[in-house]
Design a binder for this molecule. Structure first.
Ligand SMILES: Nc1nc2c(c(=O)[nH]1)N[C@H]1C(S)=C(S)[C@@H](COP(=O)(O)OP(=O)(O)OC[C@H]3O[C@@H](n4cnc5c(=O)[nH]c(N)nc54)[C@H](O)[C@@H]3O)O[C@H]1N2
Ligand SMILES: Nc1nc2c(c(=O)[nH]1)N[C@H]1C(S)=C(S)[C@@H](COP(=O)(O)OP(=O)(O)OC[C@H]3O[C@@H](n4cnc5c(=O)[nH]c(N)nc54)[C@H](O)[C@@H]3O)O[C@H]1N2
Ligand code: SF4
Ligand SMILES: [Mo]
Length: 747
């Protein structure tokens, strides 16, 4: 997702290298969430090959998931027709219906649920990088119909970070890889087949002499190439940052002029930070004190430095403090909105942002107040973000600027509880678009109960995922090769990139745009989605450029607003004080500690002596997807956990054994991989495993109950971040035991 391209002005297209009989299209790969510019080769109306872009800016950016996409989308298991459930929920029996019939019935049932329980009884989960063409329409539909209960995969990844970053300096910044002198990766591990553009930029920066600091409990491939590797204990990132700040403030390595003029709360921060002397931080993190000092000095004196956004901080007990601490480090060192530092872009001034399509102004204050989780964990809900309305308008020209879809969300755990009948009011209708909800949050047993308790579940999908298996309607989705896209970087940067449609969708597959348009029409509310086609909506968003989408896509591969630095000198920061809030007035007014802190693990439980973290991002798959693609599956047929040789020995497991990992939340089975790079006592669990070839329907769910990491992730208070209510996925007690027999479905 980050902007890692060496252009600051709008860049014009490079001619495509055509081969005889082959048509070439410029597309954006959406097989993961980083959206590389790639080229699709089309023969007789079908994409026959995906290759890298001809533009030198993008040429190195492609991975195996992008290359294999045409085969993956042509797979016999691809959903091609709308399906309606027959029999019990999860019975695995379906009948084919037409889109019109499906949408009319969905509209009728949704209307009746809303009449009976209120609009807030309808919740939607959607991940923007999968649905792409939504353009903010899910939120728009929900806002017009009156429900605040939107959740998303972004609650655990970048969306929540966006919302928390604002608490410090009023926007979610983008790291300037091109000009930086020092890169700090808090756990993040981009590779050749994992976020390849970020990987390439880290390599390029290192090649021109930039330093690399990696903080990771295990020796990752990034750690191997780092100038400094700090093997911190999982889940202690916030404490590490407090230690760095201690060094930076004590040794006077911060940017005094910036701090004096542009920040508030510095003395309070200094006092808080003094509670974390390096020796204490060394004890918490398990890292050498001298190394902590060295890293802090390198970050502060070798600048401009960047701490590129990392998902690792998004998923910890101290996520809010951790994210804030990254912002505070950037700020006190003077790296905000300067070349080589972290840039506050704002939206592109000539393109209507998705936020404007979303129309958060339409949802009444009463309905906003009903957003699930807003009372206990408000940080990214409407309540938590309300204080930014005026400052955002002042600085960025929008009252509700959403970034990475994450700034006005309901809390996922609270939403699942309400769906299960354990909330302040019932949620009885649930729509999932481009999100395998059941497996993509914590406490899968709860999500399962929640789904089984619904009156209406609608899933818009390419494949029969475990989530789809529980639906009333499964509607067939198009793919990124089969639709145009106007990609505005999810509002994170001012960079806008168009993608051409390379081929027609197969069967009755349709886009998310089309789904929302159809729903609006079926509800007799065409006024909510007044654009008849996706292209019409894009034309509307591009009006200021004087071009249609078609013309725009032929002219630009990348469209940037000219870079401007230190914009705060004109309008201040988009915080209530107009300054960088080292002490957050917003957190304070919400009743939380306004200063960053470290909350340690709950007391150890001798029954669960090991710690696990989820997150092996396998090169072959994106999250819970892709397991059906034979070329990819052949490379990685089974889910594998990783442990150190000593831990394996101590717990009686060997390389290639099947083992059960369990804790009070649930249990799953995985193959054992013994890796010297793992520290003792830590178990690394792969995310997102199910097996599309296994039996479908409730009770089976194609192996999700046997293999999904979400079965092991708790969401009780000890394992939720206080301010956001985000689950701690980086340090969960567990135990492992060898299994005598392989589980069902093992190869
Ligand atoms: N091929 C492929 N690429 C992907 C994805 C995919 O599914 N497949 N997913 C994409 C997505 S959505 C994301 S979010 C990114 C995530 O990608 P990465 O940022 O690479 O995330 P992970 O692989 O989960 O973990 C990265 C590192 O964090 C370390 N780590 C674990 N716990 C902690 C901790 O508590 N603190 C610190 N500092 N480090 C810790 C792990 O040892 C690991 O080396 O990858 C993206 N790229
Ligand atoms: N337990 C647990 N939960 C996690 C994580 C974890 O490690 N553990 N990781 C978190 C992270 S980092 C992230 S990024 C999120 C990821 O969350 P998501 O991005 O929502 O990923 P998935 O849940 O795998 O679901 C994506 C689904 O979208 C479908 N899809 C793909 N393209 C399209 C399309 O064009 N249209 C439609 N309609 N559907 C499409 C795919 O088939 C797939 O089933 O999950 C988060 N949740
Ligand atoms: S890294 Fe791979 S899967 Fe992700 S967008 Fe790029 S080519 Fe596609
Ligand atoms: Mo992610």
């Amino acid at each position: 997702m980050p902007s890692v391209y060496p252009v600051e002005e709008s860049a014009v297209s490079t001619p495509l290298q055509a081969r005889p009989g082959v048509e070439t299209k410029r597309v954006l790969c959406a097989s993961c969430d980083i959206s590389c510019n790639v080229t699709a080769e089309v023969k007789k109306g079908r994409v026959v090959r995906v290759r890298s872009s001809d533009n030198p800016i993008f040429r190195d950016n492609i991975c195996m998931k992008g290359i294999v996409a045409p085969k993956g989308f042509a797979h016999p298991q691809r959903l091609l027709q709308p399906l309606r459930r027959v029999g019990e929920r999860g019975s695995g029996r379906w009948e084919e219906v037409g889109w019109d019939e499906a949408m009319n019935d969905i509209a009728r049932r949704l209307r009746s649920i809303i009449e009976q329980h209120g609009p807030e009884s309808w919740a939607v989960s959607e991940s923007p990088w999968n649905t792409c063409t939504d353009s903010g329409l899910a939120r728009r539909m929900m806002n017009y119909l009156g429900t605040p209960n939107f959740i998303s995969g972004v609650a655990l990844c970048a969306g929540n970070t966006a919302a928390i970053n604002r608490m410090t300096y009023g926007w979610f910044p983008m790291a300037d890889f091109m000009n930086t002198e020092c890169i700090v990766l808090f756990g993040h591990n981009p590779r050749r087949n994992s976020w390849v553009p970020v990987y390439n930029q880290v390599r390029r920066a290192q090649a021109r002499g930039a330093k690399l600091i990696v903080l990771d409990p295990r020796k990752s491939s990034s750690a191997e190439r780092a100038d400094l590797w700090l093997p911190l204990r999982a889940g202690t990132d916030a404490a590490m940052c407090l230690g760095w700040l201690n060094v930076i403030l004590e040794e006077g390595l911060y940017d005094r002029a910036f701090v004096d003029k542009w920040t508030i709360g510095f003395e309070d921060l200094r006092e808080r930070v003094s509670e974390y002397p390096v020796e204490r931080v060394a004890a918490i993190t398990g890292c050498d004190a001298e190394m902590i000092r060295e890293a802090a000095r390198m970050y502060a004196t070798n600048g401009p430095s960047i701490i590129p956004w990392t998902p690792i901080t998004d998923m910890q007990r101290n996520s809010t403090s951790g994210i804030r601490l990254h912002g505070i480090l950037r700020s006190v060192c003077g790296y905000v909105d300067v070349p080589g530092g972290e840039l506050l872009h704002g939206f592109h001034p000539d393109v209507v942002p998705e936020s404007e399509i979303e129309r958060h102004d339409v949802l009444s204050e009463d309905q906003k107040a009903k957003q699930l989780g807003a009372d206990s964990h408000p940080a990214f809900t409407h309540r938590g973000q309300a204080a930014f309305r005026e400052p955002m308008k002042r600085v960025w020209g929008h009252e509700f600027p959403n970034q990475v879809a994450g700034c006005y969300m309901a809390n996922p755990s609270a939403t699942f509880r309400a769906m299960a009948g354990e909330g302040p009011y019932p949620v009885k209708a649930f729509f999932a678009l481009g999100n395998n909800t059941l497996m993509s949050f914590a406490n899968m047993p709860l999500i399962l109960r929640a789904m089984m308790n619904q009156d209406l579940i609608v899933v818009h999908e390419q494949f029969m995922t475990p989530t789809a298996q529980l639906a009333d309607y499964v509607l067939p989705a198009d793919s990124w090769l089969e639709r145009p896209w106007l990609h505005d970087s999810f509002g994170w940067s001012s960079m806008v990139r168009p993608a051409e449609k390379a081929m027609d969708p197969p069967g009755a597959c349709e886009s998310t745009f089309s789904f929302w348009r159809r729903l609006a029409v079926a509800l007799d509310r065409e006024d909510i989605v007044p654009w008849a086609t996706l292209e019409e909506l894009y034309d509307h968003r591009l009006e200021k450029t004087g071009m249609t989408f078609d013309e725009f896509a032929k002219t630009y591969e990348i469209f940037f607003a000219p870079a401007q630095y230190r914009k705060y000198e004109k309008r201040g920061f988009a915080t209530p004080s107009g300054k960088v809030e080292l002490k957050s007035s917003v957190l304070e007014s919400l009743g939380f500690d306004p200063l960053p802190y470290f909350r340690d693990d709950p007391p150890p439980n001798p029954e669960y002596p090991l710690m696990m973290f989820t997150g092996v991002r396998e090169d072959e798959y994106f999250q819970t997807g892709h397991r059906h693609v034979p070329e990819l599956r052949a490379r990685k047929p089974e889910p594998i956990l990783f442990v150190s040789p000593r831990t394996a020995k101590h717990h009686g497991v060997r390389e290639g054994d099947w083992a059960e990992v369990s804790n009070p939340t649930g249990k799953i089975s995985l193959l054992v991989g013994v890796r010297p790079a793992m520290p003792d006592g830590l178990v690394r669990i792969p995310h997102g495993w199910w097996k599309p070839e296994m039996k479908q329907g409730a009770g089976h769910l194609s192996g999700a109950l046997t293999y999904s990491d979400a079965m092991l992730c708790p969401d009780d208070d000890d394992f939720l971040d206080r301010e956001q209510g985000i689950p701690h996925l980086k340090g969960i007690p567990c135990r492992i035991r060898r299994l005598d027999a392989a589980p069902e479905g093992a190869t």
